[in-house]
Design a binder for this molecule. Sequence first.
Ligand SMILES: O=P(O)(O)OC[C@H]1O[C@](O)(CO)[C@@H](O)[C@@H]1O
Length: 440
Amino acid sequence: MKLNYQNMLNTPKTGIQITENEMKMQFAKVQNIIEALNHGEGDNQDKGVPMLGWQTYARDITPAEIQKIQDAARNLADKCDVVFIIGIGGSYLGPKAVIEAVYGKNYNDVLKTKLYFIGCDTDPDFYAHCLKIGEDKNCGVVVISKSGTTTEPALAFRFIKRLIEQRQGKNAKDFIIAVTDAKKGALRQLADGEGYATFVIPDNIGGRFSVVTPVGLAPIAIAGIDIAEYLSGYKKALPLIDNPDAEKNPAALYALLRFLAWQKGAAAEYQVTNSAFFESNLAWTMQLEPESEGHYGHGLHVVPAVFPRDLHSIGQLIQQGPRDLIEIATKILTPRADLPVPLYADDTDELNYIPQNKLTLNDINKMTIDGPLAAHYADGVPNMTIELEKITPQNLGEYHYLLMKATAIQGYLLGHNPFVQPGVQFWKDKLFKLAGKPGY
Ligand SMILES: O=P(O)(O)OC[C@H]1O[C@](O)(CO)[C@@H](O)[C@@H]1O
């Protein structure tokens, strides 16, 4: 994993301008922030609990706990044709990002036990579709909710629970895994009452930082992905990402450059990639960063984009629209399989220059990041690139820790606690009121 940030500096023309000197002037401050995070200091509490457990979870989880998750996952996958993963926000984006990065968006084409994410919307058509899929099949569910009272996943669980009960009768509980709080909350109460297998979301880890916990681990294990490998990548990143020397720490540089760009008027950040498999990781980032930094008028809008696809829709705006944006690209260097481009004698489409220049499809795919980023920079869009050698569970673990630490650093640079989300509660309350929930 490598961060290349030269294109964030000295942007030509009219774009956001950041100099190396401005960056260096902040290094001491960033160093203090990293030390504070490493030592559990600073404004980091949610309802009285310091929310920094994601920094140590991968290091502290025991082999026995990993095995327990793996065994429960295998057991459920083996006896089910379909497993529904229920969760919303941080309770589904992380596992979806890992599963899609490993198998692609059409993961069900390669998985024996089909996985469906439900509970992050309330569309009756989608529910009907899922219930139809589950009809006459052995279905299981992993229901993920720290609070247990989030409307969308709680609703979904009612429907899926009923579906499972109709087929399995009193054995239904053996097809249900709940991932929730250790002691509190409606789902914990239900799970204990009904005897579901459970895994704990630690008190000191919030939803958007929870991919490293059973929130992420249980579903990705059901998909057959090696969770020990994911955790080993996350752990491997700790010394690099916890390093207080800002200049040597990619998370520090990432956060600092985003912060400086925001200070200088950036309103939006395009999170881009050249990998169709990686797209859901951008969706994960789209919660992680805005939910952490969108306080007191702070923060950047995060716009996900897959290149080259989305260049053919939003490319004009990026190139010549308002100069209030930056781009952060995640470039995958080596695909699982590279393909030579077929040569045709007639060359009607004028593509023979590609194989004649000894370029493969992957060479072109890398250029669909490099070329457009250079063009955007020339027109005033600062950008930086995270290079991932390959998509592997290990590299995904590293990448997630980089982004989470950067998000925490960014919150402290902005001067607020990045681990709370009072604004989310505000609209949730409005919805409760509309629906006539008692007490609202
Ligand atoms: O796990 P819970 O309690 O259902 O919360 C789900 C999600 O809702 C949010 O509060 C808002 O999206 C997220 O922070 C969280 O990840």
